[in-house]
Ligand binder design. Structure first.
Ligand code: ADP
Ligand code: ASP
Ligand code: MG
Length: 813
């Protein structure tokens, strides 16, 4: 025989009860059915009781509750069969009205009265369901199970007297074997016959008590999700269902907030080795999560990441606690005597302090109890006055395999740390089946998702990206991202969601990620006016895990925010050179912030667009090599000009051509004056370990003064033409010596210079085509022949690709 329990989420609307009836129809043997109150009803009853006690109106709510039950009857029974049910329900609602009336008169709500009020939730649902079941199950009867579960008088969380209960249930069952029993969950009674309750969520427990008493073959817990998932699906979108769990695992994770099953449920089932299966009323094809003793060994190091949303902590510290063996005993027996449930305890190894977590509505009482119990110690300052800290949550990772898997804690803390989730206290259960941490409630969703991503790496990791700049590079990046999404998902297990975009005019955010096929129209039509400070504030406030800020602008404005962004545990990727080529102090501050907050600061495209130059240098440095010399051509524009300034055409014509091809800045002098090149060399020198400033870079002017000083771009071209002889002279000097003209940056002995040189065919920079960049690193290891990186070093496609690669590198961390 099986016990089927249907939770509030599975009852309470006509259609869910219809689904319940279908499930009963497909059950072969005659089961015993345990039901909860309709969804939300227990909370409503608590609310009404409190309103009555505080002289606030509750009558409307009571009426609504009543008609909600009537509506189910109307929807599921033919008119002729409805009246008898209405009159039975009416009796319950009249009683309830009287009790609430008495509470209002007395202005007093004892735990006993409260339990009595709550019992109507289950009694009304059982009554309703047993009647609407009658057309298909004429033998259905409503059972007020409160009389069959005997408890102590600990109202609200009563303790079951198992031997008496089992006798009562067995005797009742003997007499009613042929009926379809629809039993109230959650409610019980004490020796005097007063109603008690088994604790919130207690209907699961009722099912297990009945199962143990009757030695059932299985307990089915029917709810609204696909069994036990790796995390609460309301908080973690990527959570997935688990096929099975051990009783201990189920116990630990329900204790730490996995509400899908109530912790005490496990004990009766465990004692008789009765399997529990959690099933989905709304997806009957789902096989269920089995909780049983003979679970198959699992490959997952941990099973579930669970959480308790709202928790308060108290911290007790002081020299008076050191070496006092009985201190924590005194504290915790005091709390347990007063029925304060301690969710988690941590004690520092010096025994100098104890931190413990309780439910928020127990916190003040706990504090007062401590004040009383430890009055002497507090007055003599042997311990400090404790305070309550609230707004906290518990995040716990649970799984039997954790015991045998090293590095679980570090993976947990790394995921939290990288996402800026501050851990307030840590506890590892003595079973080693769980590690739990206390974090700020505001960080819970981020923490859960980050930890889920870190442990279930076979699932797709999600990166949340905020992009600034929709010019050539920004646009191209969005295109590349859009095209590569499926590849990233299948080959890299990575999902990139662009959560916000801003240019200088408009900005837009999305909670689910922007559609990159539509971004332009969304930015135009559904956006707000751009405001950089707001953009960054909003990005931080969204508090997303694995978050990246991408600067695709060439503007100084975003640079001011890099440091604070990094300090908010958000990685920064930038193709904007202004940040890293500003003051050395600023450059160092970015690096420091990234290191301290364990996030990434990537700027591969600052030098040579998508070419792996920064990364190569970093690898050399990290592996302990020493850079003695760097030689480089890092201006695509200048490369292009000199590579083409060989035949008959004049210098100004080639500059014009470079401009037309989109290689140059709007004013080509910004390239030709060496400033852009200087920035790149400065960044390289800094990355090579030299704390240089802009003025330390010597730039040899390639152009005659008059060209540089021209008032406009037009005049600049005229000056170039006027100075044609100067350029022709350079060219003929070079060609007569069989050499090529090259504008070369060098770093030698910590000194950076950019000079116009003539190189012969033996020089590795002699052969260079188009707008290619080239860089040669001479190091201790690459002494004889330098390490050379060469390739296209300008253009939107390659730069965007470099930014893209940086994004992937953050994702792969
Ligand atoms: P019922 O009314 O059926 O007893 P509950 O609300 O008590 O249902 O429990 C089901 C809910 O538990 C789900 O809707 C889900 O949001 C929540 N939950 C929390 N953690 C988990 C988890 N790890 N797996 C499945 N559900 C979870
Ligand atoms: N109705 C009770 C509650 O909401 C018991 C249950 O649903 O399991 O806590
Ligand atoms: Mg429940």
């Amino acid at each position: 025989m099986k016990i089927l329990k249907f939770g509030g989420t599975s009852v309470g609307t006509a259609s869910s009860i219809q689904a319940l009836l279908e499930i009963l129809k497909s059950t072969k043997e005659n089961p015993i059915v345990v039901v909860s109150a309709f969804a939300g009803v227990t909370n409503q009853l608590i609310d009404m009781a409190e309103c009555a006690c505080q002289e606030q109106p509750y009558e409307e709510q009571l009426k609504e509750l009543e008609s909600r039950h009537y509506e189910v009857v109307r929807a599921l029974l033919p008119a002729a069969a409805q009246n008898p049910v209405f009159s039975k329900l009416k009796i319950y609602f009249n009683e309830l009205e009287d009790i609430l009336g008495s509470v209002a008169t007395l202005k007093e709500l004892s735990a006993q009265t409260r339990d009595l009020i709550l019992s109507y939730g289950e009694r009304c649902s059982t009554l309703t369901i047993s009647h609407v079941a009658k057309p298909c199950f004429p033998n259905a009867i409503a059972v007020d199970g409160s009389a069959l579960i005997r408890t102590d008088s600990n109202f609200g969380q009563a303790k079951v007297d198992t031997p008496v209960t089992e006798q009562l249930i067995q005797a009742y069952y003997q007499e009613h074997q042929d009926s379809l029993l629809i039993v109230t969950g959650f409610i019980s009674s004490n020796e005097q016959g007063r109603i008690t309750t088994l604790g919130r969520g207690g209907s699961d427990y009722t099912a297990s008590i009945w199962a143990a008493a009757l030695d059932a073959s299985e307990i089915q817990i029917w709810t609204d999700v696909d069994g036990m998932l790796t995390a609460d699906p309301r908080m973690v979108e990527k959570a997935f269902s688990l096929p099975e769990l051990s009783y201990t695992e189920a116990m630990e994770l329900s204790y730490f907030g996995a509400k899908v099953i109530y912790p005490p449920t496990m004990a009766p089932a465990f004692s008789r080795k009765i399997p529990i299966v959690i099933k989905n009323t709304f997806n009957v094809d789902f096989e269920g999560t089995y909780i049983r003793h003979d679970v198959q060994p699992s490959k997952l190091p941990l099973k579930v990441i669970s959480s308790i949303n709202d928790i308060s902590i108290l911290n007790l510290s002081g020299s008076g606690m050191v070496g006092k063996a009985g201190f924590s005993g005194r504290l915790f027996s005091l709390l347990s005597r007063e029925q304060i449930n301690v969710v988690l305890i941590t004690q520092s190894s010096s025994e100098h302090s104890i931190t413990f977590a309780v439910k928020p509505n127990d916190a003040v009482q706990a504090l007062n109890l401590i004040y009383k119990e430890f009055e002497l110690e507090l007055q003599s300052k042997k311990i400090e006055y404790p305070e309550v800290e609230s707004g906290l949550s518990v995040l716990a990772i649970v799984g039997e395999n954790m015991k045998h898997t090293p590095g679980m804690a570090s993976r947990l803390f790394n995921a939290l740390g990288r996402n800026g989730v501050n851990v307030r206290a840590i506890a590892q259960g003595s079973s080693e089946y769980n590690i739990s941490v206390i974090i700020n409630k505001a960080d819970l969703s981020k923490g859960l998702n980050a930890v889920h991503d870190a442990f279930y790496s076979e699932l797709r990791k999600t990166l949340h990206v905020f992009c600034l700049g929709t010019g050539n590079i920004g646009k191209t990046l969005f295109n590349q991202l859009r095209k590569q999404m499926p590849f990233l998902a299948s080959n890299n297990d990575l999902e990139v969601k662009v959560m916000g975009i801003s240019n200088t005019r408009q900005m837009v955010f999305s909670d689910i990620g922007l559609d990159l096929a539509q971004w332009e129209s969304v930015l135009q039509n559904d956006s707000q006016p751009a405001d950089l400070a707001q953009f960054i504030k909003h990005m931080k406030a969204m508090n997303l895990p694995n978050c990246v800020f991408v600067d695709n602008t060439a503007s100084p404005a975003p640079v001011d925010y890099y440091e604070q962004i990094l300090k908010s545990s958000i990685s920064v990727i930038t193709c904007n050179k202004i940040g890293n080529s500003g003051s050395y102090a600023q450059y160092a501050a970015f690096k420091q912030a990234a290191r301290t907050y364990n996030v990434d600061f990537y700027y591969e495209t600052n030098v040579g667009a998508g070419l792996p130059i920064i990364r190569t240098l970093k690898d050399l440095m990290l592996s302990g090599d020493k850079v003695s010399r760097i030689e480089a051509i890092l201006s695509g524009t200048i490369s292009y000009i000199f590579n083409n300034f060989t035949g008959d055409r004049q210098f100004h014509e080639i500059v014009r051509e470079a401009q037309e091809k989109g290689f140059t800045e709007p004013d080509p002098r910004d390239d030709l004056n060496g400033k852009d090149f200087m920035r790149k060399m400065l960044i390289l020198a800094r990355d090579a370990g030299y704390p240089l400033e802009e003025q330390d870079v010597v730039i040899e002017n390639m152009l005659p003064e008059s060209c540089l000083n021209a008032a406009s771009v037009g005049e600049f071209y005229q000056e170039l033409e006027k100075n044609n002889d100067y350029f022709e002279n350079l060219k003929s000097q070079a060609s007569s010596a069989n050499k090529a003209l090259r504008y070369i940056g060098s770093l030698v002995d910590g000194k950076v210079a950019i000079t116009l040189q003539m190189v012969d065919a033996s020089h590795s920079f002699y052969i260079l085509s188009g707008s290619d960049n080239i860089i040669a690193f001479t190091t201790e290891r690459y002494k004889e022949r330098p390490l050379v990186v060469k390739g296209p070093g300008a253009g939107a496609e390659v730069t965007a690709a470099g930014v893209f690669a940086d994004i992937i590198n953050v994702g792969n961390k």
